[in-house]
Design a protein around this ligand. Structure first.
Ligand SMILES: Nc1ncnc2c1ncn2[C@@H]1O[C@H](COP(=O)(O)OP(=O)(O)OP(=O)(O)O)[C@@H](O)[C@H]1O
Length: 336
């Protein structure tokens, strides 16, 4: 029976691959629920099995044990053509379609629906055009794939997935190799698609900060551990986000929303507006400067001012670089 809330469900799923006569297990007993109409990001260290999980969902790899349900129906019971109509996937593989136009590549998304002649109906053409409009690449429609940038190509691949018009879109590292602005733009575009078109989207990514900003849910995969899921906000306030930094000497700073060195000093003797205090702490951490007891820093706004107070004396600075230089010249210790 169809579960109204979850498009995809995994129950005790083991993933892996066959190597000759051997079966290599990459992940064991993974359970997950992918909510409908939401953007979910799958994060985890290199080699933990994120792509293997995606390929297992796509049935490119066998599900070694456990059960996966798509819209409440066991995945293995679904006909591959039906599945291709319902789930679209954008993988990391380099595409070799340079001699196709953007429209022709997007039109390939309709392949599971066309007859053996591959003829597009008026409805197919309308869906293709809509997919190009939604991804803001319509202006590129007659351009050759070999003539567009990597960021534009990612949008074309998303348009192709949209043209497939399935319920679930899975993307494996769609923003790898893109510049910061394009990474934000693509993730916001995916979020938009969940909101405006009701699609469910699963994105494999290493972009923690952008995932926190755009995703409704995060899935964290850790070697030998169950899959941890939750909203980014709850994973942060519960500290579970630090599953991503286990054993690395790094920690997620909930105030800055960034990963930082776990060894950095807390600097409780710095006070003032959050944005000034946070950036000063980061600069101190990077330079390895430790503040001695009895020294305090008061930051204030407009223009930024940092008052360094120690044993009755006070020095004022208007930029962070000067504060750090002064501290390093005036006897504060450096972390080794
Ligand atoms: N067909 C295969 N043959 C040999 N090894 C494989 C195969 N498929 C996956 N692996 C191995 O399984 C492990 C998980 O790989 P996978 O690509 O799923 O990791 P990932 O989490 O997606 O990593 P990354 O973040 O680096 O992309 C790796 O150790 C990889 O080398």
């Amino acid at each position: 029976m169809e579960n109204p809330q979850h498009i995809l469900e995994g129950k005790g799923v083991s993933i892996g691959y066959h190597k000759g006569t051997e079966t290599v297990t990459v992940g064991n007993s993974l359970s997950f629920k992918l909510p409908k109409g939401k953007l979910t990001c799958l994060l985890g260290p290199n080699g933990v099995g994120k792509s293997t999980l995606v390929k297992t969902i796509m049935r490119h790899l066998p599900c070694l044990s456990g059960k996966m349900l798509f819209a409440g129906i066991p995945l293995h019971e679904q006909h591959s053509r039906q599945l291709a109509q319902k789930i679209s996937v954008v993988l990391t593989d380099k595409i070799t379609a340079g001699n196709l136009t953007v429209t022709q590549l997007v039109a390939l998304g309709r392949t599971p629906f066309t007859n053996w002649l591959g003829k597009l109906s008026t409805e197919d053409k309308r869906i293709i055009s809509n997919a190009m409009q939604a991804t803001k690449i319509y202006y590129l429609k007659d351009q050759l794939i070999s003539e567009i940038s990597d960021g534009q190509l990612q949008k074309v691949m998303i348009a192709r997935a949209l043209a497939q018009d399935g319920q679930l879109i899975i993307l494996d590292e769609p923003t790898a190799h893109l510049d910061l602005i394009n990474r934000y733009e693509i993730m916001h575009l995916l979020r938009d698609i969940t909101r405006k078109q009701g699609k469910s989207i699963l994105v494999v990514t290493h972009d923690l900060e952008i995932a926190i900003e755009t995703a409704d849910n995060l899935w964290i995969m850790q070697c030998g551990e169950p899959l941890t899921a939750g909203t980014p906000e709850d994973l942060i306030i519960s500290g579970k986000i630090n599953l991503l930094t286990t054993g690395s000497g790094l920690t997620f700073d909930p105030n800055m929303g960034k990963i930082r060195s776990a060894a950095s000093q807390d600097h409780t003797n710095i006070h003032g507006p959050d944005h000034l205090v946070q950036w000063l702490k980061l600069a101190l951490q990077k330079s390895g400067t430790l503040l001695p007891e009895g020294l305090s820093i008061e930051a204030s706004d407009g223009p930024p001012t940092f008052s360094v107070k120690s044993q009755g004396s006070e020095e004022k600075f208007h930029d962070i670089h000067s504060v750090v230089s002064w501290l390093n010249q005036h006897g504060t210790s450096k972390r080794k």
